[in-house]
Design a protein around this ligand. Sequence first.
Ligand SMILES: Nc1nc2c(ncn2[C@@H]2O[C@H](COP(=O)(O)OP(=O)(O)O)[C@@H](O)[C@H]2O)c(=O)[nH]1
Ligand SMILES: [Mg+2]
Length: 330
Amino acid sequence: MSNPGNDRLEQLLSRFASGDRMALARLITLVENRSANVATVMERLYSGVGNTHVIGITGPPGAGKSTLIDRLIKKLRARKQQVAVLAIDPSSPFSGGAVLGDRVRMGDHYGDPGVYIRSLSTRGSHGGLSRAARQIVTLLEAFKFDVIIVETAGVGQTELDIMDLAHTTVVVTVPEGGDGIQIMKAGLNEIADIFVVNKADRDGADRVKAELELNVHLRADAGWRPPVLLTEAANDRGLDALVAQLDRHWEYLRAHKDPQAERQHRVHEFIEILTGQLEERARNAMDDQRVHALVESVCAGKLNPYSAVRMLLDDASAMGALLSKTVVDS
Ligand SMILES: Nc1nc2c(ncn2[C@@H]2O[C@H](COP(=O)(O)OP(=O)(O)O)[C@@H](O)[C@H]2O)c(=O)[nH]1
Ligand SMILES: [Mg+2]
């Protein structure tokens, strides 16, 4: 069936396939806006396996993550790798609220066709944020970047969810009081593949390093043992060691495939996609006559919402119509 919306989408997808960054940007915007076309786009572009190393960098605001990423980009560019950065951080220099110095820093990569930097606004629900991050990473993988770096700021569940999509998670901390403890309380230590104590030019870096090493030691996990690195991102120190450990972890993952974990990951992803699309369809169903009538009864206090939802779920023909509904926008 020909449809102007479909034609536009086809054009966008073919421009994307030919390496057009404007098309990449447009598709990312579709994800941000939760467009009804996202499922189609994902289905077409998903490959599931690739040679892209997805690196998550997380830790408290101000720890120096963006500075570290900026230096990391330089190292990766020096070996001709194509790098994408997805910054999920309202205070990130890569996103809106940048101070002048940060804009200059980011400007170093401006115009370099091997670097793509994009920020994801934090509006919308938390679950929605990690879903959007996952979809954007899929787009960036399909665009064939060699390395994708995802930056998140904070020490909450959102960070843990988002970091789940990274192959390698780097947890950045600083020597200042209590930072290491905050990391451990938040459970970030459990997802770390590499610890970085940044701002090692300040007092106390060795102490935090020793604390984190003790923590790693106590976990006594066979297999990968997260190294603890000291860096001074602002002074460009310690970056070679970080790159070496990132490479080492990537090689480790490829040499130690874990079928159980891989399976778990696939199941988790499947459920996430299914629930996401059911949710979208439920939202789009609000103008369906039967759904509308039920919602009105709930609003009028004539029906409780559990009864309304049960009645809808029990109505096979209403559900069939609702679930098969595809909406095309652009
Ligand atoms: N003293 C010192 N300051 C640093 C270092 N790395 C970054 N900073 C500064 O820390 C501040 C926060 O850095 P930023 O990269 O924006 O942190 P983010 O919020 O974790 O992304 C900036 O003023 C940086 O210049 C470092 O190694 N030593
Ligand atoms: Mg930042």
